[in-house]
Design a protein around this ligand. Structure first.
Ligand code: ADP
Ligand code: MG
Length: 692
């Protein structure tokens, strides 16, 4: 659709921001609103208040006594009543080209009273030059009303957005309102077209405070709607999964006895509880779709092993998929040992295996000679077939995408699926991303664990850190020193780790055995280093984040994280979980450069807490959901108007309404309409695969 005000130039900038269609533009919500309908004259401003003012530039100058390098500019503004206000900006001397005497502006900022100069001022106010250029519309669009403020898209500034949206809304074609009408009227939501109008150009007298809190009726409706379709899609998918016939595993006495024979230790209460939840799911005639959440070291592996026993004792196979070879190798070794008393055949399937080895493993699985497969991505490749896959388990599930989960699932006929994660995801996010999964939580660590003690040191204290490491190693323990990926790149991290390895092995710890582990090593080399560390022959392991997940060496008691400011909190928490696995007191040392306030708060969170859920919540708050979840793979949809931090109650409302709607639609036709609508409009964005 052609939108007036969008030429090829602007279209390019808009496209770069993902604004391709009229619908994208309509959903491009202002991030703030200014009440310019009734602005206060300058002489009525009160110090301390946030205010919008309209004024004219009188003069701009660089103050005499300005400190070098600050490059401060001061601009004197006046208004028709003779009021005066000084705007001050640092590092913005270019402003004096824009703010020539006579230019009219709108300023938004906090009002200060400078007692020394005895004048009203604003420090770094936001500024909008009110210049009615042809491509910016006339003044009435930008003043004399509640105006929307948009985030610029390249050269398309807030004024241009106002004009574009005004034009779009003036010529808005009939919008069909897909939100089920009984929900809309019960919740007293405005209709769709008026909602968009109010979103962009609120009527006179609208509550500006509510608008800025994203709680005007129009905003609530649009946020609700975005969440509602996601949740309806989830509910439909969940319903489909439920409707499929699955395997009803027999929970036999023999299976129970086998579990008891296999268990190497007494399970915690939490482990027993989640095993029961899983067993109940497995016995039900619909496919299990369950997520097992448990902090690092909470003992998820043995829970998975018990589920495997149920499957194998009933004549089925089980598969365990892990994100890295190091972790998969460890699981393989572990499960072989655990299942030794039961004489289960466990086969590995790793990318690094030779063709012949893989062939051998594949045949064992296809014929049913092996009951259990442990592997990496090689497990979900084409050509891997199972005789009777009944249980698919995915470890560290946050490292995989939805498609990989499905790929493993499709190796069987509606097998039960258990995904495991140690990245504790705050409840609302979990609801949103994994809304189609049931969740079990292990909220208790195995007995006898001492909480890990965490310290923060700056780079200039590194010698202290090294001597601490040496003391621990001399006392018979082992240590990790980990380097972060830099700008998502492992190559640079490998470089840093290699360099550190050379220096530390030669100069700092010449008498100790130091090993190096990173993703660029050949598999055999990795295995050799890991095995040596496991046996205690390597005392200090210098590594990149390849060791982040799952690695379990109980004698390691020190985790040094270099450049800790570059890691996400949840990631450091994972790394820290590599120690504290035995009975000895363990330590985590976070080494950083000088930090800003946000950085300091992040590090303090880790020093003060070992609770993965608390840490995840803080991380989410300090970084926002996008950064928190990192990759696109995480499956977090990019919301346009909704915001998971701000709009949690609306999300929960939408979820309740969506579930009620799917379970109990007013008519079959309306449900069919909704399904079609989701398929047409939301499927691609939300990655919701709906069949039927
Ligand atoms: P994670 O949940 O991080 O995957 P693991 O399954 O690797 O944790 O378990 C961590 C360590 O705790 C392992 O060494 C495991 O053998 C041990 N462990 C697990 N459960 C118990 C328990 N109930 N009692 C004692 N040790 C346990
Ligand atoms: Mg694990």
């Amino acid at each position: 659709m052609y939108v007036k005000g969008v030429g090829p130039q602007r279209a390019k900038h808009l496209e770069a921001k993902g604004l391709l269609t009229a619908a994208d533009l309509l959903a491009y919500a202002p991030f703030r609103y200014e009440d310019r309908s009734n602005v206060k004259p300058l002489d009525e401003l009160a110090p301390g208040e946030m205010a919008t003012v309209l004024a004219t530039v009188r003069s701009a100058h660089l103050p005499r006594f300005r400190r070098r390098n600050l490059r401060m500019i001061e601009v004197v503004f006046t208004d028709p009543r003779g009021g005066r206000l000084v705007g001050k900006w640092f590092h913005a001397t270019w402003l004096d080209k824009v703010l020539e005497p006579g230019v009219r502006v709108a300023l938004y900022g906090k009002v200060d009273y400078d007692t020394y100069a005895r004048e009203i001022s604003m420090l770094h106010p936001e500024i909008e030059v009110l210049r009615g250029g042809e491509d910016e519309g006339d003044d009435s669009l930008h003043t004399g009303r509640i105006v929307p403020v948009y985030e610029a898209a390249g050269k398309v500034n807030t004024r241009a957005f106002r004009l574009i949206l005004k034009n779009l809304l003036d010529r808005l074609p009939e919008l069909s309102d897909a939100l089920p009408s009984h929900i809309r009227s019960r919740l007293k939501f405005p209709e769709l077209a008026p909602a968009f109008r109010e979103l962009h150009f609120p009527s006179a007298g609208a509550d500006v405070r509510a608008l800025n809190a994203f709680r005007s009726p129009a905003q609530i409706r649009l946020i609700f709607e975005e969440f509602f379709w996601l949740e309806t899609g989830m509910a439909l998918r969940r319903g489909q999964a439920r409707a499929e016939p699955g395997i009803a595993f027999n929970l036999t006495d023999r299976a129970r006895q086998q579990v008891l024979r296999m268990l190497p230790f007494k399970p915690t209460t939490a482990q027993k509880r989640v095993v029961k939840e899983i067993a109940t799911d497995m016995a039900a005639p619909v496919p299990m779709n369950r997520m097992l959440q448990g902090d690092v070291g909470s003992g998820k592996t043995i829970v998975a092993a018990q589920a495997m026993v149920i499957a194998v004792e009933d004549g089925y196979q089980a598969a365990l998929l892990a994100p890295t070879e190091i972790l998969a190798a460890q699981h393989y070794a572990n499960l072989r040992r655990i299942f030794e008393p039961l004489a289960y055949r466990v086969v590995p399937l790793f990318g690094s295996m030779t063709k012949k080895e893989k062939e051998f493993a594949r045949r064992a699985l296809a014929t049913g000679h092996a009951s259990i497969a442990v592997g990496t991505h090689a497990l979900i490749e084409e050509g891997v077939e199972f005789a009777r896959l009944g249980l698919a388990i995915i470890d560290e599930q946050h490292r995989f995408g939805v498609l990989q989960r499905q790929a493993l699932q499709q190796k069987g006929v509606s097998p039960d699926v258990l995904v495991m994660t140690a990245t504790p995801i705050p409840r609302t996010l979990a609801l949103t991303i994994y809304g189609d999964l049931d969740v079990s939580v292990i909220d208790e660590l195995p007995p006898g664990r001492k909480p890990i003690r965490t310290f923060h040191k700056t780079k200039d204290e590194i010698e202290l850190v090294y001597s601490f490491v040496k003391r621990e190693v001399d006392a018979g323990r082992q240590a990790y020193i980990v380097y972060p990926n830099i700008d998502e790149s492992e190559t640079l991290a490998v470089k840093a780790a290699r360099k550190a390895y050379e220096e530390l092995a030669r100069d700092v710890f010449p008498t100790l055995k130091v090993g190096l582990l990173h993703g660029k090593l050949k598999t055999a080399e990795k295995d050799a280093v890991m095995a040596a560390f496991q046996r205690g022959e390597v005392q200090i392991l210098i590594a990149t984040t390849v060791i982040e997940v799952g690695v379990d060496v109980p004698n390691a008691t020190v985790m040094v994280v270099e450049n800790a400011e570059r890691f996400g909190l949840a990631q450091i928490h994972q790394l820290r979980g590599r120690v504290g696995r035995g009975a000895d007191q363990s330590y985590c040392v976070l080494v950083t450069s000088r930090l800003n306030d946000n950085g300091r708060e992040r590090i303090r969170t880790l020093v003060d807490s070992t609770d993965g859920f608390h840490i995840a919540n803080m991380d989410l708050r300090l970084r926002g959901p996008g950064e928190f979840l990192g990759t696109k793979q995480s499956g977090l949809p990019a919301f346009r108007i909704g915001n998971l931090l701000r709009d949690i109650e609306i999300l929960e409302l939408a979820r309740r309404e969506a579930m009620a709607f799917v379970e109990n639609p007013p008519s079959a036709a309306e449900l069919a309409d909704a399904t079609r609508y989701i398929r047409e409009h939301w499927q691609r964005r939300y990655g919701l695969a709906l069949v039927g």
